[in-house]
Design a protein around this ligand. Structure first.
Ligand SMILES: Nc1ncnc2c1ncn2[C@@H]1O[C@H](COP(=O)(O)OP(=O)(O)O)[C@@H](O)[C@H]1O
Ligand code: SF4
Ligand SMILES: [Mg+2]
Length: 374
């Protein structure tokens, strides 16, 4: 769906790709504990090409000093299974500090996981390092949150766009660099300019062009519009949507604001304190959130239909420290439905609302709205 009139661009590869329709089916019952560790259950979609698979990924940041202090490590990502298939735009959402950026960096192999594995294009690349990462970088690229910080101020746009080519051992032609700029709505005259000469939105376009240079299949965009004015956010999201349709790109779109990614995501994963607490087709999660955390986050998002309002659920208290997350359910210290059992064993993702693809990690998931009860 377009949010803003398009700018003119030329294209270098690929054709538009239809998304596989989301399959709905009856759940055969709850999965046994731990059954989520292999990723989502096999569905019609899972036969399509898998671009990224994270298996039981943990990323702990240790504290400096004696080894015993490692027990106090920051558990930024704590047991995540995550799959992205060709043609998908997956929204990865959650409050600040929930581990989204760390997960994005592990997925793009900018960080090593502490535990678990990273598969890109069906190949396990968890232990691939140095020059051997070149083919991986051709498949998956990252767009960073702050275009000001992620672009070297001393390099011209031409040099910035050349860097990923050179990392692959390729010397780009001027025509290739101009084509990249045109793809993101900029032009040849911008090639010799420096980042400070651009607006925030234009700088993010340069960051996107840099990520596109090696023609990746998957872009992981870490809060790509959070640093931009609201009026510019829609333009950049439109650009991403157009590139998806025209180049056949897939995305992981990281955001702390669910409203921002609503129009462009086909699937949603909600993170809290280093774990995914709910995931599913975006329309299902937005219209019928099952996890109390998702419900609370969504209650703050305006409903697009005039006159319709959600009851606001105000989350009290801060996100607990990831050094010592609560026992059992990580959300239990802020949950409006908490019961004793929630402090025992951490709930795992299980099918909800009769859909094998919509899953939540909660002992007392919210029921579907009346019209969806089967
Ligand atoms: N390099 C690091 N060293 C120590 N702690 C870190 C590091 N990077 C992130 N963290 C911590 O990990 C947690 C998750 O951070 P982050 O992945 O940036 O979350 P988000 O992107 O959702 O805001 C936070 O508590 C953050 O302070
Ligand atoms: S498991 Fe319990 S504490 Fe956790 S979200 Fe569900 S009801 Fe709330
Ligand atoms: Mg972040």
């Amino acid at each position: 769906m377009r949010l803003y009139p398009p700018g003119r661009r030329t294209l270098h590869h690929g054709a538009s790709r239809a998304h596989a329709p989301a399959r709905r089916g009856r759940s055969r019952g709850r999965l046994p504990p731990g059954a989520s560790s292999g990723g989502p259950p096999v569905t019609t979609q899972s036969v399509s090409e898998e671009l990224l698979r994270l298996k039981n990924v943990r990323k702990y940041f240790g504290l400096p000093g004696a080894p015993w202090r490692q027990a106090q490590a920051v558990k930024a990502v704590d047991g995540v299974n995550f799959v992205v298939r060709k043609g998908e735009t997956v929204g990865l959402v959650g409050e600040s500090g929930s581990g989204k950026s760390t997960l994005a960096r592990v997925a793009t192999r900018l960080l090593d996981p502490t535990q678990g594995s990273v598969e890109i294009g069906g190949v396990d690349v968890t232990n691939v390092r140095g020059r051997k990462l070149r083919p991986v970088r051709r498949k998956i690229q990252m767009v960073f949150q702050d275009p000001q910080a992620s672009l070297n101020p001393r390099q011209s746009v031409g040099t910035i766009l050349s860097t990923p080519f050179r990392a692959q051992g390729i010397r780009p032609t001027r025509a290739q660099l101009v084509e990249l700029l045109q793809q993101v709505g900029l032009s040849e005259e911008h090639l010799e300019r420096y980042p400070h000469e651009f607006s925030g939105g234009q700088r993010q376009r340069i960051g996107i062009a840099r990520a596109l240079s090696v023609k990746p299949d998957l872009l992981v965009c870490d809060e790509p519009v959070s640093a931009l004015d609201v009026s510019v956010q829609a333009q950049v999201l439109n650009l991403l949507a157009d590139l998806r349709d025209e180049l056949g790109l897939s995305y992981v779109l990281v955001a702390h604001d669910l409203a921002v990614v609503r129009q462009v995501t086909s699937r949603l994963a909600v993170m809290y304190l280093g774990t995914i607490v709910e995931e599913g087709p975006a329309d299902q999660v937005y219209s019928a959130p099952a996890h109390p955390y998702t419900k609370a986050l969504l209650s703050a998002v305006p409903v697009p239909e005039p006159g319709v309002e959600r009851d606001r659920i105000v989350l009290t208290g801060d996100v607990p420290t990831p050094i010592a997350p609560p026992s059992g359910c990580p959300f239990r210290t802020r949950c409006y439905k908490v019961q004793d059992v929630c402090a025992t064993v951490r709930p795992v993702l299980e099918p909800v609302h009769g859909s094998t693809e919509h899953r939540a990690a909660c002992y007392f998931p919210e029921p579907p709205p009346p019209e969806r009860t089967r």
